[in-house]
Design a protein around this ligand. Sequence first.
Ligand code: BES
Ligand code: ZN
Length: 643
Amino acid sequence: MSAAVLPIDAASQSNWHDVVSEHVDFDWTLDFQTQTISGTATHTLRVNTPGVQQVVFDTQYLDVTKVIVEGRPGDFTLGKHHEVMGAPLSIRLPINRQAGDKVHLTVHYSTTHECAAVQWLDKQQTQGKTFPFMFSQCQPIYARSMAPLQDTASAKITYTAKVASVLPTLLSAIRVSPPSTGPAHDGKEIGKDAVVYEYKQPIPIPTYLIAIAAGNFRYRAFPKVEGKDWNIGIWAEPELIDAAYWEFSEDVGRFLSTAETILPPYRFGVYDVLVLPPSFPYGGMENACLTFLTPTLLVGDRTLVDVVVHELTHSWFGNGVTQANSTHFWLNEGWTTYMERVLLERLHTPADRGFSFLIGYNSLKQALKQYVNKPKYQRLVINFDEGEDPDDAYSTVPYEKGSNFILHLERTLGGLDVFLPYVYDYVHTFMGKSITTEQWKEHLYGYWSKHGGEEKIKALDGIKWDEWFYGEGLELPDEMEYDLSLATDAYALAAKWDAVRSEEVSKLSFSASDVEKFNANQKIVFLERLQSFPALPSSHINLLGEVYSLASSTNAELRWRFYEVALLDPASPSAKGYAAPAAKWVTGNDGTGILAGRMKFCRPTFRAIARANRELAVEVFNANKLAFHPIARRLIEKDLGLA
Ligand code: BES
Ligand code: ZN
């Protein structure tokens, strides 16, 4: 691609069009006392525009002390800080460089306490309560708060890292030394002796996939899958390693193998999962070679392992074929969600695929409603203004509108059997690249004109492209039908509750056996159905919470949705009554000490509490905010109107 047609990334101030970083060597020291990462980032740059005079990196609250360009002290300036994008770091380049020339430069720097990517936890906030912990979350644009980078998904890098740390340290890359399977912390004293952890990531990745975590980790390999050369395994604190191994050991190899029956081979060599502390703000994050997972997946019955299907599917959609920038985020998440559900059909039954679409559809409806005053964020393809925060637009819209769009295409083009070869071709064609929606569409047309001819092109011409890409409002452009067979019982139970809303609770005959045969997804659909009805009287809600043990459930997917039902009518006695228990649960002050730090749970819970009792929400948040990850903290502040 020539420089002229490279897309603009509205969230980056770097000049990657003119000169691009292709490789970075990190040399870091983790300091748990000062809670900083300090050291160097050495870039290998490639010149695109002849004579380019400077390279510009994104940074956010970095303390830059020195720059070395081609072995000599270099000139640098740190520009004005932008709220969202941070400060551009401009470094003068040697003169007269030609297109294709390489330049090496090293930035000496340290992170600061403003670093949004990293949360530093004290030992009290860990499972073992003996050692501190740190971990990063770089997507969408926080990598720049960890290192000076051209922080756009369009400029992929390879990297190496040498990290000196007193705790076992993991990166989103292949371990070079010490060996993962050797003694923890190379046999040195954990928490006391520094060990240098060395990693390499030989496959170009977008900067948002850079990740680091350090804590008292143990490793356990998952059973090797015959005929596969990738290695899989799990990392967790020792107190959790058995439970974590049990939850995922059967499935990861099976999931990856199943994906490989449809898609090109897994490219990253290692697929490990890491269980994080409760403040991890997502369900999962597809960091290269090392998926990060919320500990709320450890429910002891393997019912939430599907999150892993989602994250490992990103190995192709996102980590392989990458969005050019946040405008095309749906290419990552919509495609991953679509493929995740194809895999669910293979791994379970076709009805499970439909069921997932149904659950997704409910959350899409809610997300679309949430953005009635910001209809731009109801779009699948969002044109961001310069400096607009991609996290403001984060919702299930790209996941659900996107996956429904692909499902609609699948059906329009003749069903799964003819569609999957197209999917393979799409991934194969763009593997390793960063692309826009237009590039995706161009390939789609190209493939079907080659493999289907006129009839398929006519079908494609009939697609409501503009409505799917840029449509706003609460509806999908086409009505979608799903296999709803798994929802029948859940709907029937919800209808029963609805029908008896004006009866005395003492006369009701609900019992735990109503949901005995339900899996977690059926309970979710039951609760969502109740949420779509007018609020139940508080006496009924008390009964609901007790009889199905929802008010005390340790499954956060259920507990959160129960509170949504209980707080549905903010003026009701039930909402007033459950605001306090919800507040205790979300902050871990319910005796468990386990915070509901995943944003999927804590953001709507704080919003629901605020609708019923704003003072309580603000007070409880302020008293507990340091326990939340910096990203979650900032977004809850925005939600509550505190920022
Ligand atoms: N890549 C996302 C998480 C993400 C997206 C972080 C955008 C920051 C910005 C991850 O793959 C994801 O979608 N996680 C979901 C999992 C779910 C859909 C199974 C989550 O955390 O809820
Ligand atoms: Zn995802």
